[in-house]
Design a protein around this ligand. Structure first.
Ligand SMILES: [Zn+2]
Length: 317
């Protein structure tokens, strides 16, 4: 039995936001190819995600918001039937196509299925290769390529449905996980630690000073070694003190030096190091339980190489 799960679904390749959009289906192909070529795929327990229920999504989002996203899907269907455009724009960089609703349900479902599998002891760790990503989805607002907050929902799901007491969220995407912050701030059953390029997208976000958040804003061109030192000083003591029973990762790889979406200087060895430090905490406090969900990462080769490095540490192979 493999101890690392790999959760994905065919609908993730059908959701797309128009020609040339950086958050594209090819990202998942690049990751899949890399796992095959490297031989890492044989170490993974590959599972097809099930769709999340509306009630699970509403653990982190308002009922009216979820209904509104469902309504946009219905509206788009009618538009297409009437000969209209095949995308519906939500904000300047986020839109839906006819497959988005299904993909979004399965992206949440991948994360909650992984919670079920890990807490049942079927596997220790899991990577959810999902699209759309989630960490910019606020309680009542989509944006930044995100509709439902996969990781925040998974955290609430572990607390509410599995009766865990403490869940940590680690967000190492180059962008601030404003949606996750919006949903978890002030919930002291959740500790969220992150670093992100600042000032940067989302520019209009009012950062919270809630005590369950450890935010490390870093300027453009910060290198991996500097970020490692900050993580060691700021994340690690808080994670140790918190003693999480489960760790969720918002795994964006757009802080990579070769990813031109952001201007930070991380490389594969930095992702491996961060994953190792997260695993250290998980082994001490959480029975090794770590679930990682894909967020950003927009240049195919560094994305795929970084995901490989990340999963290799989680799977310990
Ligand atoms: Zn990002």
């Amino acid at each position: 039995m493999s101890m690392t799960g790999y959760f994905t679904h065919p609908s993730f390749r059908k959701h797309e936001m128009g020609p040339g959009h950086p958050e594209c289906p090819e990202r998942l192909d690049a990751i899949d190819d890399r796992l095959l070529i490297s031989g890492l795929d044989v170490a993974l327990d590959r599972r097809e995600a099930t769709p999340a229920s509306t009630s699970d999504i509403e653990l982190a989002h308002g009922r009216m918001y979820v209904a509104a996203i469902r309504g946009l899907n219905a509206e788009l269907k009618e538009d297409i039937a009437a000969g209209g455009a095949d995308h519906l724009q939500i904000d300047p960089d986020t839109s839906i196509n006819i497959h988005t609703w299904t993909a979004a349900l399965h992206a949440v479902g991948a994360a909650t299925d992984a919670v079920d599998a890990v807490l049942a002891g079927e596997m220790n760790t899991a990577f959810c290769a999902v699209r759309p990503p989630g960490h910019h989805a606020c309680r009542d607002k989509a944006g930044g390529f995100c509709f439902f907050n996969n990781v925040a929902i998974a955290a609430k799901y572990a607390l509410e449905r599995h009766n865990l007491q403490r869940v940590a969220i680690v967000d190492f995407d180059v962008h601030h996980g404003n949606g996750t912050e919006d949903i978890v701030k002030g919930d002291d059953r959740i500790l969220m630690v992150s670093f992100y390029q600042h000032p940067f997208y989302p520019l209009d976000w009012q950062h919270s000073s809630a005590p369950n958040l450890v935010n490390l804003p870093v300027p453009a061109y910060t290198k991996g070694m500097e970020i490692r030192e900050m993580i060691e000083a700021a994340w690690m003591p808080r994670l140790e003190e918190f003693q999480p029973e489960l760790i969720l990762i918002s795994a964006g790889f757009d802080a990579h030096r070769e990813d031109d979406m952001g201007q930070l200087g991380l490389v594969e060895s930095d992702y491996a190091w961060m994953t190792g430090r997260i695993m250290d905490v998980a082994r001490r406090h959480a029975q090794g339980r770590v679930i990682s969900c894909l967020e950003g990462g927009y240049v195919m080769s560094p994305l795929a190489r970084s995901v490989e490095a990340h999963i290799r540490v989680m799977a310990d192979v």
